[in-house]
Design a binder for this molecule. Sequence first.
Ligand code: GLV
Ligand code: MN
Ligand code: MN
Length: 420
Amino acid sequence: MSESSATIATVVKAVREDRLWQRHMEMASIGATGRGGVNRQALTPEDAEARLRLLAWAAMRGFSTSVDAIGNVFMHRAGKDSTASPVVAGSHLDTQPTGGNFDGVYGVLAAFEVLEAVADVGIVTNNPLEAVVWTNEEGARFQPTTMGSAVFASALPLETALATTDAAGISVAHALAETMQRLAIPQRRAFRFPMAAYLEAHIEQGPILEATHHTIGIVSGIQGLRWFRVEVTGEEAHAGTTPRRIRKDAFVAAICMVTALQGLMYDTADTVRFTVGRFEVTPNSPNTVPGRVLFTIDLRHPSAEVLSRLGDQVDAVCHAQAHGCSVVVTETLYSPPVEFDPAIRDLLKQAATRQALVHMDIVSGATHDAKYMADLCPSGMLFVPCRGGVSHNEAESATPSDLAAGTRVLAEVMLALASR
Ligand code: GLV
Ligand code: MN
Ligand code: MN
């Protein structure tokens, strides 16, 4: 039986801006850096604490919880039809090392607020409703990004994810076991369990919505992404005695590689996104010629063809600039461009229109867990503006009213999907 539009409107009205904001501020205190941002990297004690806070709120509302083998956490509000698949929404609670207060956490809290609003109104939807926290979306501590959703969707083997180590040599398996022990969720969830639909609300993380005065972005898709790890090995030598002609300076080789790659990636339209975000020099001593450099490449483009053409040249460019060093280029992630389900985009558009919110179509420059759900069920995303488009930065900022507006659109679409 379908929820009447009057019931849906009642739930939309029950979305509480004050509660949503308060929850954001509570989450912002977990891993707070003291400079306005948070450092709550995946599977750290802070990440576990944020999840525990959410689980406490879920327990207060009587939502049941379950967890899968990579630590993705699901909060569940039962529907009338116990055989029906849930309508799921969510995002992540982990952050960059100098992260902001909205990237990821907004999508989780928006989904949770929808469950709360439905509970406040006291209706029972046909399909269950769920809010999900994906493990290690950021990929800052453990690579690659969107690890939890990738494992859930079988895009990354669980064993590979568990064996991944952070810079200190701690494995996902070890950090996950500690987190699981703290969460103590008895109910296990299978990977790839059927979902009726998946939705994700997120701050835009770019400047378009704010600059063009739009409150809601209807995300048409996510641009493609390739990650590479480049290991350059030279020879350590004395800085004072070793002539240039016999050096194998891994640092010099690496900066030549990065400079050549930057030339390759330059496009006048400024659409290619090329980032060397990690650069580690060994032994990192002022008077030793560096013997080893490790750097990472994050390459993005909306076109699969451009992404292939550019990414496929990385290995050759690095070898051409090796300057006597050896170089190993490993591709650690290939995530093709994704298009979201047209029917879900339509529902989001209709909801924004009905709620008189100014909206526009937008392509996501950032990557999100929704890209893996798009392979499994009808999926979609909505964006709200963030100040100056600033993200992956402690200064990240969004307004309570924009966050609530996005949540109301999310509520309307989740309810529509859960009442079919
Ligand atoms: C997610 O944080 C991304 O790198 O786009
Ligand atoms: Mn995010
Ligand atoms: Mn992020």
